[in-house]
Design a protein around this ligand. Structure first.
Ligand SMILES: Nc1nc2c(ncn2[C@@H]2O[C@H](COP(=O)(O)OP(=O)(O)OP(=O)(O)O)[C@@H](O)[C@H]2O)c(=O)[nH]1
Ligand SMILES: [Mg+2]
Length: 292
C-alpha cells in the first residue's frame, strides 16, 4: 500500500484545480479562466485498492495585493513545506518566463521531491514541448516533466502511475469514500463564486466573497440556500445587480444549476448583494467572508 500527500503548486491560472478534478474524477475545486480562482488549500483524494493519492490544491502564485492574497500565498508556501511530493503545474501554452524558472527552482531546491506537470498541451504547438524542455535543462532544472492535458485527458493515467511510485509505503490516511476535506456548504459558496468569476470582469470577482447564511437540507431532499455576495465597492454592487436586477438573476440561476448538479438535488437559492468596503484588507471581515 502506498499513500501520501502531493502539493499541487504553480502560477495562478496554470490549470492546477482542473488537473486535480480530472485526476480525482470529481469536482473538488472550482475552475475559471481568471487568475486567483482558488483561495484555499483543498484536498482532493484519489483512493484505489492499493494506493491513495491526496492532492492538495493551492492558491496560484500571483502578485500579492492585500491581506487576503497574503494569506493565500502563505497557504501555498505552507503546503509546499508539508507534503510528500510537489507537483508543479506549468501552463505550457503560456511559455516559460524567467519568473517561471525562478519559481521552479525555488520549489525544487528543498528536500521535497518535485516533478512538473506541463499542462494545456492540447492548445499549443507540439514542438514547444521539446523547446521548453531544452530551456528547463539549460537552466539546470533536472526534475521530471510530464506533458499533460487535463481537458483532453492526455497522459493523466501515466502521471497517476508515476505519482503512485513516488509515494511512501503506508496505510490510507483518509476514509476511502471521501474525495475532499471541504463540506458541501463550502462547495456551494465556491460554486457561487465560480459563476461570478465566469460572468464578470477581473476586478469584480477578485473582490467578491460569499457568506452562507443558511444551508439546509429539507426532509424532501431539496436544499435551501441563502447567501450574501459581498463586494468591495458600491459601483461593484451596481454591476453585480445589473439593470433591473438582470445580472444577479442570471448569475444566481447559473449558480443554482451548478449547485443542483453538485448536490444532486433541487436547490432553492436566494442571494443578496452587499458592500463591505475594502474587506480584503480588514482581518475581522476576512475571517467572516473568506470561506474556510
Ligand atoms: N485547453 C486547456 N485548458 C485548460 C487545461 N487545464 C486547465 N485549463 C483552463 O485553464 C484555466 C485555469 O484553470 P484552473 O484549473 O482554474 O487553474 P488554477 O491553476 O487552479 O488557477 P488558480 O486557482 O487561479 O491558481 C481554465 O479556463 C481551465 O479551463 C487543459 O489541459 N487544456
Ligand atoms: Mg485553482
Amino acid at each position: 500500500m502506498r499513500s501520501g500527500f502531493i502539493g499541487v503548486i504553480g502560477r495562478a491560472n496554470a490549470g492546477k484545480s482542473t488537473l486535480i478534478n480530472v485526476m480525482v474524477g470529481e469536482k473538488v475545486a472550482i475552475v475559471s479562466p481568471k487568475p486567483q480562482t482558488t483561495r484555499n488549500s483543498i484536498l482532493g483524494v484519489l483512493t484505489r485498492e492499493d494506493y491513495q493519492l491526496v492532492f492538495v490544491d493551492t492558491p496560484g502564485i500571483y502578485k500579492s495585493a492585500n491581506r487576503l492574497t497574503d494569506m493565500m500565498m502563505k497557504a501555498t508556501d505552507d503546503t509546499a513545506k508539508d507534503v510528500d511530493f510537489i507537483l508543479f503545474v506549468h501552463d505550457g501554452h503560456a511559455g516559460i518566463t524567467e519568473n517561471d524558472i525562478s519559481l521552479i527552482k525555488k520549489y525544487s531546491s528543498g528536500k521535497i521531491p518535485m516533478a512538473i506537470a506541463y499542462t494545456k498541451i492540447d492548445i499549443m504547438p507540439k514542438e514547444n514541448i521539446a523547446k521548453d524542455a531544452q530551456i528547463l535543462s539549460e537552466n539546470g532544472i533536472e526534475c521530471d516533466v510530464f506533458p499533460v492535458s487535463a481537458r483532453k485527458y492526455q497522459n493523466i493515467k501515466k502521471l497517476e502511475n508515476y505519482l503512485v511510485e513516488r509515494m511512501p509505503e503506508g496505510e490510507k490516511v483518509i476514509a476511502e469514500d471521501i474525495v475532499s476535506d471541504k463540506s458541501e456548504k463550502f462547495m456551494v459558496a465556491e460554486i457561487m463564486r465560480e459563476k461570478i468569476l465566469l460572468k464578470f470582469d477581473e476586478e469584480i470577482p477578485h473582490g467578491v466573497g460569499i457568506v452562507i447564511n443558511e444551508f439546509k437540507r429539507k426532509e424532501n431532499g431539496t436544499y435551501e440556500v441563502n447567501l450574501d455576495i459581498v463586494c468591495e465597492k458600491p459601483n461593484h454592487k451596481a454591476i453585480l445587480i445589473g439593470k433591473q436586477g438582470r445580472a444577479i438573476k442570471e448569475v444566481s440561476s447559473f449558480a443554482r444549476e451548478g449547485m443542483e448538479k453538485f448536490l444532486g438535488a433541487k436547490v432553492f437559492l436566494t442571494t443578496y448583494v452587499r458592500v463591505e468596503e475594502d474587506w480584503r484588507n480588514r482581518p475581522g471581515l476576512i475571517k467572516d467572508i473568506y470561506t474556510e
